[in-house]
Design a protein around this ligand. Structure first.
Ligand code: AMP
Length: 172
């Protein structure tokens, strides 16, 4: 993976969406198909993905990377979504963000289909979002093989409380 090229494609926006937050915008990556391809190949080659029966990707930028990994690795994907987005019976869990409080939901029917999951998101910051998804999974007796993200913000120590492996393509 050409890390330097990846860094160039991630723009930083100060004070977005709230004052004090340095927002890392990963959307530049998908405007460069060759880099995006390399990134997805690298993420898909992780043992965390290989050891999982399915992928769970997180609303909304996680869907971009999760669905590409699902396609590349021929693994099924389910989604964890923000409130009010999913029809049918859902399993919901609250969590704290670097900038506020929210909740994530997974459709019960989709969750019941697989026994082990790799969590995919664009970025690991405080770890609250991934912890929330892991809680939904573990409370239903599912195995979490680990989490794969594009970016990890190292100063926030998000991974410290995780009891599963974390693989990140770029540590900032
Ligand atoms: P956290 O729960 O603090 O680990 O936050 C991770 C989630 O929030 C990911 O889904 C990111 O898309 C988003 N996020 C949090 N902080 C940032 C940031 N500084 N830059 C970009 N996205 C962020």
């Amino acid at each position: 993976m050409r890390i330097k090229r990846l860094i160039e494609l991630i723009d930083t926006y100060k004070d977005f969406p709230k004052k004090g937050i340095e927002f890392k915008d990963v959307l530049g990556i998908i405007q460069e198909p060759q880099v995006f391809k390399e990134l997805i190949s690298e993420m898909s080659s992780s043992q965390i993905i290989k050891n999982a029966e399915a992928i769970v990707s997180i609303d909304a930028r996680g869907f971009i990377f999760g669905s590409a990994i699902s396609f590349y690795s021929s693994k099924p994907m389910i989604v964890a979504r923000k409130p009010g987005k999913l029809p049918g019976e859902v399993i919901e869990e609250e969590y704290y963000l670097e900038y506020g409080k929210s909740s994530l939901s997974i459709q019960k029917e989709s969750l019941d289909r697989f026994s082990s999951y790799a969590i995919v998101d664009d970025l690991l910051a405080t770890g609250g979002t991934i912890d929330c998804v892991a809680n939904i999974l573990m409370k239903r007796g599912k195995k979490v093989t680990g989490v794969v993200t594009v970016v990890e913000l190292m100063n926030l120590n998000g991974r410290v409380d995780f009891n599963f492996p974390v693989e990140t393509m770029l540590s900032l």
